[in-house]
Ligand binder design. Sequence first.
Ligand code: DGT
Ligand code: CA
Length: 575
Amino acid sequence: MKNKEIAEIFQKTAALLEIKGENPYRIRAYQRAAQTIEALTTDVEELAKAGRLEKLPGIGKDLAQKILEILSTGTLSLYEELKKEVPQSLLLLLEVPGLGPKKVKVLYEKLGVDSIEKLEEVCKTHKVSRLPGFGVKTEQNILKGIKLLKEKRGRRPLGEVLPLAEEIVSILKRRSPVEKISIAGSIRRRKETVKDIDVLITSKNPLEVMKKVAELELVEEVIAFGETKTSVRLRQGIQMDVRVVKPESWGAALAYFTGSKAHNIRVRELALEKGLKINEYGVFKGEKRIAGRAEEEVYAAVGLPFIPPELREDRGEIEAALSGSLPDLVDYSDILGDGHVHSKYSDGTASLEEILKKAESLGLSWVAVCDHSQSLKVAGGLSVEELFEKKRAIERINKRASKTKLIFGAEVDILSDGSLDYPDEVLKEIEFVIAAIHTGFQQSEEQITSRILSALRNPFVHAIAHPTGRVLGEREAYAVNLSVMFEAAQKYGKALEINAYYKRLDLNDIHTRAAKEKGIPLIIGTDTHFIDQLEYLHYGVAVARRGWCEKKDILNTLNYEEFKKWLERVRKGGE
Ligand code: DGT
Ligand code: CA
């Protein structure tokens, strides 16, 4: 059983308990367990075998027992009982972003809402706004939530699908006679959301490969079986198309199935201009194949240099390639630091030692440990006293003989009135101040923008975290005026974050490119609350690459000493 499935059972149990109006602490315990398990990169089953479940944060004796129950029975008796007590359809309603169990309960009891369709109808006929405690704003938010949910149903965040696709590739490499194998489609382009998994293979024994594909444990249903193309639906509800192609067509097929469609169309136009034909089998002059074995060869045949997959969106890459001005993209291996990590001091689960150890194992030069500030109580924000305690602890750790250093940071709340959550005399003691909005999302564009402006103007602030506040499939961006924010960041020499958490990816690719073009420094931060997620840095690099960034645009390519110098330079008011 997969960690994700166990996490889901806990998550749903929490939701059902909440609909029933149970004790909030009990509900919170299940939610936390779900998060912990979902964030693990090790298999829960292995931890269980080693008797190490209770070592996990937030997992006590009772929850460990429940995990064992799920592992042995496939479900949880408590969850099964709750399902009998609460109508199933209400669980679906909980998937509407912004709609919590309490509201679901009222909507069900007062208006008989038991489906998304019904919910949409009662919102559109304004029955919801007339309910006590709901109002016009709630009604509008629910409609927005339904829209987000509908968009989300078709597409999944890259971070949910890429690990799955990579797992499948590695299983097929081990268990089937593949020669070449690659993920294609939007996953290879590292688009923030993807519809399905496209896999390309070459093999001397295609039938054997396809049999292994169909037999994968992860497969729920074989939709179509063939030697050249097999389509399956995975247990996670996502479709996967696997194609076996001839070695002489490998490059052409990879280019074709990587897309995007818009990019392919432009490449085909160039081929036509040269009197060539291009398709997934190769590049042809009349009947003769002149290229196809490697992607580079295919691009070269139409007069182009190799174009990195992340750029293939027809957003100017063809023109840049033709004029020899493609960016020299920042590489995944250029990254030396993580700009945003939470520790146990606030709502993270790792100690400073654990963060250091993990960062060392990833070969990082530095990690900025940015815990929440005092007023964000729900997330364990640090009082001034705790903040200085943490400062001393970091100084102690940095005395160790390690190539990796921790940076004393803070994710400081920008309060509703635009002031910062620590006074200036405290801020100036913090090595790296990244300011963020966590409250008042519903404020007007004027209010939100002016809050961010006052943060950027503060001489002790270095950067803005997750600048638009969007959460994929869950929350739309707050109403910030981006061009005003960018102008201010540029003027004061402050950085904007590319938050690498896969549900945020904020700034996104397009905004990243706009910021880069203005010369605004960008900093990638995993925003991780779980130690294993330090590995998520690469999602931020993917956004940077899709945003046309080069090494010089990304602060994480600086080593510890260089980054410290940048931090000091910002405090001195730039160069
Ligand atoms: P997705 O799956 O919506 O996240 O995005 P893609 O880009 O993976 O799209 P998908 O899976 O429908 O197709 C994979 C690639 O195959 C796509 O990027 C380009 C290529 N492709 C698909 N249909 C066409 C087409 O009609 N014309 C051309 N030129 N290419 C196509
Ligand atoms: Ca696809």
